[in-house]
Design a binder for this molecule. Structure first.
Ligand code: AMP
Ligand code: TRP
Length: 362
C-alpha cells in the first residue's frame, strides 16, 4: 500500500519530564507496532509543555531526549514523520480558531483539567484550560483517522471529534440543507450511518477515533497502585523512566507497593500485584491467566525480581540508543527538520481550507 492509501495515525507526548514505562507501554510501543500499517505522524508537544514553568535549558534537554527516545523505541524516521509541535505554526493558529468554537462548559468538564487545576488555587493558568483545544488542533490538522493513546486521553479525543462535527456542520455548505446533505451522503455512498459521522465533500475535518490498548492502557504508580504512573510524580520511586539505569530499575520495582498477602492472583483487589503482571503481560504478550499460573506457589519477591529483569532487558537498549542519539546532535537535527517540513506542508493544506471556509483572506 502506498502511504496515500493508508489511514492516518497520529500521536504525541508532552516533554514535561523524562518518559516513563507507562508512556512506553500505553503509547509508544503501540505506535511502533502499528506504524507499518498506517501513514504516521508522531511529535513532541513542546507547546503543551509550556502549561508548566520550567527552566528553558532543561526544557530543551527534555524535548531533545523525547525525540531521541521515539527513535530509540523503534520509530523509523524514514517511515514515519517525527517532529516538534512548535516547528509547525499551524497548530497554534488552528488552536485559536477552534478556541473560538469551543464552549467553557465542555472544557471545564475535562477530567485532566479538573485534576491539574486543583493544585493552582485561584490562579489557574488559562493554558491548562485550553490545552485540549490545542490537542484537537494537533489531531484535526492532519485529517487523522486513529489516535493511539492511553485511557487518560480518551476524553480529549472525544472533544476533538465534537469540534470536528461542529466545524463541519457550520462551514460545509453541503450540510446546510437537508436536500444538499442527502445528495452529499448519497455521493459518499453512505445513507445509513449517522450523517454527522460520515465524511462528505466539503467537510473541513475527518473525525478521529481513539485507539486504546487492551493491555497497559493505564500503568499504575509503583508507590500507589491506585494512581496512574505519571511523568510528573514528585516521588522518584513511583515511576520507572526509560532512561533509568539497570540498578535504578531494579531498586524501584523491588520496592513497589503490593499488599500484605502472599498469593499471586492478579485480581482487582491486588492492584500492586496486578500492575506488575500487566507490565509483564505487555512486555511478553502472555495472557494474565498464563502468568498467574506460572506464579502458582511463588512469592511476591519472585514476581518483582522477574518484572525487574524484564524491564532491565527492555530498557537497556532504549537507554543506550537514546544517549547515543542525544550525543549525535546532527542526526536529530536532520530528523526534526525533515519531519517539520513534511508536517508543515500537510498541516498548511488543512489550515488554508479552514481559513477560506471562515472568511479569512489569504
Ligand atoms: P503524557 O505523559 O501525559 O504526555 O502521555 C503521553 C502518552 O502516554 C498518552 O498517550 C498517555 O495516555 C500515555 N500514558 C501516560 N501515562 C500512562 C500510564 N501510566 N499508563 C499508560 N499510558 C500512559
Ligand atoms: N495530551 C496528550 C497527553 O498528555 C499529549 C498530546 C498532545 C497528544 N497532542 C496530542 C496525544 C495529539 C495524541 C494526539 O498525553
Amino acid at each position: 500500500m502506498t502511504s496515500s492509501q493508508k489511514q492516518i495515525m497520529l500521536s504525541a507526548l508532552t516533554p514535561s519530564n523524562r518518559i516513563t514505562i507507562g508512556n512506553y507501554i500505553g503509547a509508544i510501543k503501540n505506535w511502533e507496532k502499528m506504524s507499518r500499517d498506517y501513514d504516521c505522524l508522531f511529535f513532541v508537544v513542546d507547546l503543551h509543555a509550556l502549561t508548566e514553568r520550567r527552566d528553558p535549558t532543561h526544557q530543551q534537554e527534555l524535548s531533545r531526549r523525547a525525540l531521541a527516545s521515539y527513535i530509540a523505541c523503534g520509530l523509523d524516521p524514514q517511515n514515519v514523520t517525527i517532529f516538534f509541535q512548535s516547528h509547525v505554526p499551524a497548530h497554534a493558529e488552528l488552536s485559536w480558531i477552534l478556541t473560538c468554537h469551543s464552549y467553557m462548559g465542555e472544557l471545564s468538564r475535562m477530567t485532566q483539567f479538573k485534576d491539574k487545576s486543583q493544585k493552582h488555587g485561584e490562579s489557574i493558568p488559562a493554558g491548562l484550560f485550553s490545552y485540549p483545544v490545542l490537542m484537537a488542533a494537533d489531531i484535526l490538522l492532519y485529517q487523522t483517522d486513529l489516535v493511539p493513546v492511553g485511557i487518560d486521553q480518551k476524553q480529549h479525543i472525544e472533544l476533538a471529534r465534537d469540534l470536528a462535527i461542529r466545524m463541519n456542520g457550520l462551514y460545509n455548505p453541503n450540510r446546510a440543507s437537508k436536500s444538499k446533505l442527502d445528495a452529499a451522503l448519497k455521493q459518499a455512498g453512505d445513507t445509513k450511518s449517522d450523517p454527522q459521522t460520515v465524511k462528505i465533500a466539503g467537510d473541513l475535518f475527518k473525525l478521529p477515533d481513539a485507539w486504546i490498548p487492551e493491555v497497559g492502557a493505564k500503568i499504575m504508580s509503583l508507590q500507589d497502585p491506585t494512581k496512574k504512573m505519571s511523568k510528573s510524580d514528585p516521588d522518584p520511586k513511583a515511576a520507572v523512566y526509560i532512561d533509568d539505569s539497570d540498578k535504578e530499575i531494579e531498586k524501584k520495582v523491588k520496592s513497589a507497593v503490593t499488599d500484605s498477602g502472599s498469593e499471586i492472583r492478579g485480581t482487582a483487589d491486588q492492584p500492586g500485584v496486578l500492575n506488575l503482571l500487566t507490565i509483564q503481560q505487555s512486555l511478553t504478550g502472555k495472557s494474565l491467566d498464563e502468568l498467574v499460573q506460572s506464579y502458582a506457589g511463588k512469592m511476591y519477591g519472585h514476581l518483582k525480581a522477574e518484572t525487574a529483569d524484564m524491564l532491565v532487558e527492555k530498557i537497556r537498549p532504549i537507554r543506550e540508543e537514546t544517549e547515543r542519539l542525544v550525543r549525535d546532535g546532527i542526526y536529530l537535527q536532520q530528523v526534526m527538520q525533515q519531519g517539520a517540513e513534511k508536517a508543515r506542508a500537510r498541516a498548511d493544506a488543512t489550515l488554508n481550507q479552514v481559513k477560506d471556509a471562515l472568511g479569512l483572506i489569504r
